[in-house]
Design a protein around this ligand. Structure first.
Ligand SMILES: NC(=O)c1ccc[n+]([C@@H]2O[C@H](COP(=O)([O-])OP(=O)(O)OC[C@H]3O[C@@H](n4cnc5c(N)ncnc54)[C@H](O)[C@@H]3O)[C@@H](O)[C@H]2O)c1
Length: 322
């Protein structure tokens, strides 16, 4: 199958590309490289440096590639930027999505998969939320993801386009950008391996559901290629396992110390400091992914400590071995 992955040069998109290649499919990528980079992709994967907001340029890609399926990962990811510039967020995350949906419909794509977010839809939840938990997004980023899901539903009902929204928990793993505001694992790995201080916001007792990026890529592969009973469906992609930032920081500290020791470098990583709490940070967010498990047998196969170890090793190889 030929599968167009928008945002495919980014963190999650590039792992989806790898998962599709491993199953013998032919991914092609659209990415404006605003946060992604072509080094994330195998050299022989076609990369179209195109903005999803530019519908004419995007149509040239559809015309040339005639994809069977579309996996839409392209988005602006910053919650704080969305608060400062809601129109910028909506241009990419809503209008860019609609451009892609219109072309998917016009070029008779068989299925459209969209990266949504459980964190921003469900807000504060102390028990793993199922897909039926009421969505109540408060940031423009969350509102744009929710609106995106409603547009998928509209295209399914009105035009018969098969659509799936995948609501990710906190995704972590190799290739995550350590310069963004999200991705505490990537930020801490980068800083700890360089011997820099890390700061925990507030008391650090912020519970999150961390899911490994290769498991998220498998969820996308299943959503693209397996049949769903409904023409539109939404699935959580998470582990339901609670981890707070204090535990995370302490585990990363010991893994980074081990990686440094193995390279004959400094053996002590400074313990994290505590700073002021960040306004609006959720206390707890967890997802129940049993719907995805029951339908397609998906599981968050990666144990958390193994996933963290793989991530630290990747950052260490990138930062220390080159
Ligand atoms: N990382 C997470 O924990 C998480 C959680 C929930 C949802 N998501 C969603 O998953 C998707 C992928 O996120 P990621 O973590 O890989 O981030 P990322 O920033 O690494 O990937 C996004 C990709 O989209 C590209 N892009 C951005 N704007 C574009 C535009 N206008 N036109 C074309 N390409 C554009 C970027 O260059 C980048 O390669 C996003 O839709 C994001 O909202 C991520």
């Amino acid at each position: 199958m030929k599968i167009l992955v928008t945002g495919g040069a980014g963190f999650i998109g590039s792992h989806i590309v790898d998962a599709l290649i491993a199953q013998g499919h032919c991914p092609v990528v659209v990415d404006n490289l605003s946060s992604g980079c072509k080094e994330n992709l195998p050299a022989d994967v076609p990369l179209h440096v195109v903005d999803v907001c530019d519908q004419a340029a995007l149509e040239e890609v559809f015309e040339k590639e005639k994809p069977d399926l579309v996996c839409h990962q392209a988005a602006q990811m910053s919650v704080s930027l969305s608060v400062k510039k809601p129109s910028f967020d909506a241009q990419i995350n809503i209008l860019g999505l609609i451009n892609t949906l219109e072309l998917a419909q016009k070029y008779k794509v068989q299925k459209f998969v969209f990266a949504s977010s459980g964190g921003v839809l469900y807000g504060n939840v102390t028990e793993p939320a199922t897909e039926d938990y009421p969505a109540n997004p408060i940031s423009p980023y969350g509102i744009s993801k929710w609106a995106g899901e409603r547009y998928l539903q509209f295209f399914s009902q009105e035009h018969g386009l098969k659509t799936v929204a995948l609501r990710y928990a906190n995704v972590y793993g190799p290739r995550q950008n350590p310069h963004g505001e999200a991705g505490v694992v990537a930020i801490f790995c980068q800083r700890m391996l360089q011997g820099e201080n890390t700061k925990i916001n507030g008391d650090g007792k912020y519970i999150r559901d961390y899911v490994f990026v290769e498991d998220v890529a498998q969820a996308n592969r299943l959503a693209l290629l397996e049949d769903a009973p409904e023409i539109h469906s939404a699935f959580n992609v998470g582990t339901g396992r609670p981890t707070d930032v204090n535990e995370l920081a302490s585990e990363l500290k010991s893994l980074c110390e081990k990686a440094l020791q193995q390279r004959g470098l400094a053996t002590q990583v400074p313990a994290s400091d505590y700073g002021p709490a960040r306004a609006g940070d959720l206390r707890s967010n967890l997802l129940d992914a049993s719907r995805l498990q029951k339908l397609w047998g998906w599981s968050s196969g990666m144990e958390f400590n193994c996933g963290l170890a793989k991530t630290v090793e990747w950052f260490a190889a990138e930062k220390l071995d080159t």
